[in-house]
Design a protein around this ligand. Sequence first.
Ligand SMILES: Cc1cc2nc3c(=O)[nH]c(=O)nc-3n(C[C@H](O)[C@H](O)[C@H](O)COP(=O)(O)OP(=O)(O)OC[C@H]3O[C@@H](n4cnc5c(N)ncnc54)[C@H](O)[C@@H]3O)c2cc1C
Length: 400
Amino acid sequence: MERVAIIGGGPAGLMAAEALTSSGYDVTVYEAMPTVGRKFLLAGKSGLNITHSEDSDRFLSRFGAASGRLGPVIEAFPAAEVRAWAQALGTETFVGSSGRVFPVAMKASPLLRAWLRRLEGQGVKILTRHRWAGFAGNGYLFQTPHGEKVVEADAVLLALGGASWPRLGSDAAWVPWLRERGIEIADLRPANCGFDVDWSEPFRARFAGVPVKSVVATTEARAIPGEFVISRHGIEGSLIYAHAASLRDRLENSSSADLMLDLMPGRTLARLVQDLAKQDGKASFSNRLRKGAGIDGVKAALLREFSTDADRHNPQRLAGLIKHLPLPVVRRRPIAEAISSDGGVRWSAIDDSYMLKALPGLFVAGEMIDWEAPTGGYLLTACFATGRAAAAGVERWLAR
Ligand SMILES: Cc1cc2nc3c(=O)[nH]c(=O)nc-3n(C[C@H](O)[C@H](O)[C@H](O)COP(=O)(O)OP(=O)(O)OC[C@H]3O[C@@H](n4cnc5c(N)ncnc54)[C@H](O)[C@@H]3O)c2cc1C
């Protein structure tokens, strides 16, 4: 029986292992950490947004430039199949109000446990504490608790993840080893990350951890409703991640970038001007805002943080800031804190079977490939789908 080595036991690697053992291959998963699926379990801490229910065109558009390459493989394992797969493993899912799909249990551990039981039943061998440490001639060098060993296999599939949360295992140590073999790799950068804002000390002390709800945030042409969280460093949360790519790109050429906030999407500018103008000019700023615009708490503090005394006393200017408050972000948070990374093995280096063109017999899957997507279940769906596509590529290669 042909032997396949899968290096990396995250969602992409495990999905490839499932597909290949179903087809009768002898599969060993090599995982650096003491257990597999650590990032998958962490994703479960926020409910495990496993996929998204929107129509397929919209779904694929989330992958931007990579949608052309990812489209066919996601169509082969679309959201409905992801849900059916989870259900067959005993995990019922539901569609949340935003269209995002979650397990009813809102965690990953029951699904991962059932998945590992299935894999074990299918004969997948999982060797943990086996850290791939580079190439050794035609083989793959591993550091193990019992010293170094070199593994050879009929086909090898790398599913090593991106570079976010390296302490969970995906530390991008593989980048130079593949580059040395001539594989083009786009630098790994934080995607779906928070940003630093230079808050005043009083604002930081009072509002770190507080959510800012029911706003519309805009960068370039995209206006997205939602909420975000004030952090000690700046801003975090799904609404921020949705704008992260454009903020990040703008920060590459500039020392700051503005996220435009509409703090009162339900009220028009004209109505706000009118209501604010009716307020007693001698009343405090908080009272005028509360009575004239229905704004208090963190939204009022944001306005205070980014306005001048003159703005605060001019109904027209104040209403303008309520509808278009520029929130200046100055830096990305580090990649180690990001939900995901972009960059990785360039599509030009990969054939339609997910095999590296320069290294026949070596396949790649998951977040280590150069694509990115916002949060919303797209990341896991693409990891599952590329895991399956690479497994199919391995089969074609071994059957050639
Ligand atoms: C806080 C957080 C929340 C998230 N929430 C969601 C969510 O709700 N929905 C969603 O779609 N996505 C979410 N994600 C993203 C999602 O978890 C990842 O995109 C996904 O896990 C990537 O899968 P992967 O298999 O490509 O890589 P990984 O899950 O990173 O797995 C790679 C594996 O390879 C192993 N490895 C790395 N290097 C080596 C080596 N040298 N030798 C051996 N093994 C190695 C690692 O230890 C790891 O187990 C979240 C991420 C984070 C950090």
